[in-house]
Design a protein around this ligand. Structure first.
Ligand code: GLN
Length: 476
């Protein structure tokens, strides 16, 4: 399959039609979607209409844009006008938003063809896509294993060749971890770089939208398209979107790279081995690679699993059976609200709402929520100290390669998947996962590249270098 960059170039010069490109991808979907279940919904008719309109634009001499004719899959927590948006929850089953998210608008105006909505852990809470109300997604590299989560459907769609690019959301790692487990590139931008308008909120002080792609260049192209200021999101940064593509071939000569020591604890040996090989390749390329300590990251998981549920408990209060989705009947309004929430939310979502409500309740607020916010401040300070001496920080993305269904049914075991990814969400810094060889069972391993806020250009530069240095021998 062609990259998004190449496909768009071919469509723009009429070397391939958008309709043919779409047909090719739909054939791959038809052959494998029954096994993988990447999608909650596929809208062939609208996709074919869009592709036809792109071809008409090209025929009449107009430029459809940098993503001309590129099929795209969207995580099913991004609002799409007249196309069901469920968050993989029964409570939103069948809900059609009245508007498009900003990122969806921007993709459409760049010429992309939206194919469908991808599966996720309900309300993006999870690391395996096993918590979807509509059944799990399977990892295209091994159907007995999870694709990661919560954006597992988007990661699997790109890995399986269903669409060259996809969007996901990352609150604690939900783009980077599934990217790592599925062997694709996944990017969490700086908090505020991409508009969250039309992203269904989970934990608003963490949530960011970002791309999945097969290579770093395609990921850069998508982020350039969706990023940049939007007046409809008050947290959107009023700064121009940096040009990422132009930095990709610059190499890493003189780049100061820190390997975060605390994020090497509890990591499987096969993953650690790939990280050390990536570090060696960077040194070889002229970077100065050293270990660095960011002590507060040890408390990241604990702080996140208080603050994120606290914010979720507030954000999810709006599902009351009145305004959105399903309703279960009750004797009065309060009983109807309670019945709807009892029937509509899955166990993991209920657990998070209870945890968050507890953490925010009078008498416990300072001990839990307040303390977790202090960890957030400390984490910022520790990252600032590390970035005073290093341009880029490196770690594994996930502690292990893709695991089997049911293997992490104990919640604490599942939450540990997020150890390396959560710190960047706590501080709002950009981070991305780039595939680097394979580990146990021949499954993909991802390296996490982290950068200071708004230094996406530097992050992409290092990620592109790592991508170009794939290990010759892939072993465990
Ligand atoms: N796995 C984390 C959680 O369950 C992160 C989810 C996300 O980034 N949306 O909360």
């Amino acid at each position: 399959m062609k990259s998004a960059t190449d496909l768009a170039a071919m469509v723009r010069d009429s070397r391939q039609s958008a309709q043919e490109a779409l047909q090719e991808h739909l054939q791959v979907i038809d052959a494998q979607e029954n096994d993988i279940h990447a999608f909650n919904a596929i809208d062939r008719e609208v996709a074919m209409e869009t592709a036809a309109s792109i071809d008409e634009m090209v025929a009449s001499g107009r430029d459809p844009g940098p993503l001309a004719g590129v099929p795209v899959a969207l995580k099913d927590n991004l609002c799409t006008r007249a196309l069901v948006t469920t968050c993989s929850s029964k409570i939103l089953e069948g809900w059609e938003p009245p508007y498009d998210a900003t990122v969806v608008e921007r993709l459409r105006s760049a010429g992309a063809v939206i194919v469908g909505k991808t599966n996720l852990d309900e309300f993006a809470m999870g690391s395996s896509t096993e918590h979807s109300a509509f059944g799990p997604t399977r990892n295209p590299h091994d159907l007995t294993r999870v694709p990661g989560g919560s954006s597992g459907g988007s990661a699997a769609a790109v890995a399986a060749g269903f669409t060259p690019i996809a969007l996901g959301s990352d609150t604690g790692g939900s783009i980077r971890q599934p990217a790592s487990l599925c062997g694709v590139v996944g990017v969490k931008p700086t908090y505020g770089l991409v508009s969250r308008y039309g992203l269904i909120a989970f934990a608003s002080s963490f949530d960011q939208i970002g791309p999945f792609a097969n290579d770093v260049r395609d990921a850069a192209l998508v982020l350039e398209t969706i990023g940049g200021h939007d007046v409809r999101d008050s947290t959107s940064i009023p700064a121009p979107m940096p040009n990422l593509s132009k930095a990709l071939d610059r190499g890493v000569e003189g780049m100061r790279v820190g390997i975060v020591s605390e994020l090497l604890e509890g990591i499987d040996n096969d993953v650690t081995a790939r990280l050390h090989e990536a570090a060696a390749a960077l040194s070889e390329g002229g970077a100065i690679v050293e270990p660095v300590s960011v002590p507060a990251v040890e408390y990241g998981l604990t702080a996140y699993y208080l603050i994120a549920p606290a914010e979720a408990s507030s954000n999810l209060a709006r599902y009351d059976g009145v305004r959105y989705g399903m309703r279960s009947e009750g004797q009065d309004v309060a009983a109807m609200n309670a019945a709807t929430r009892r029937d509509g939310f899955g166990d993991e979502v209920v657990a998070r709402i209870m945890l968050g409500t507890f953490a925010l309740s009078a008498g416990y607020y300072d001990a839990y929520y307040g303390k977790a916010q202090k960890v957030r401040t400390l984490t910022r300070k520790d990252f600032d100290a590390a970035y005073a001496k290093h341009d880029i920080l490196l770690s594994p993305t996930s502690p292990s390669v893709a695991f089997e269904f049911g293997e992490r049914s104990d919640p604490m075991n599942m939450y540990r998947c997020d150890t390396c990814t959560i710190p960047s969400n706590l501080v709002g810094d950009p981070a991305m996962s780039v595939p680097f060889g394979t580990g146990q069972h021949g499954l993909p391993v991802g390296i996490q590249v982290m950068a200071p806020q708004l230094e996406e250009q530097r992050m992409f530069q290092v990620a592109a270098f790592i991508e170009s240095q794939q290990p010759a021998r892939n072993e465990s």
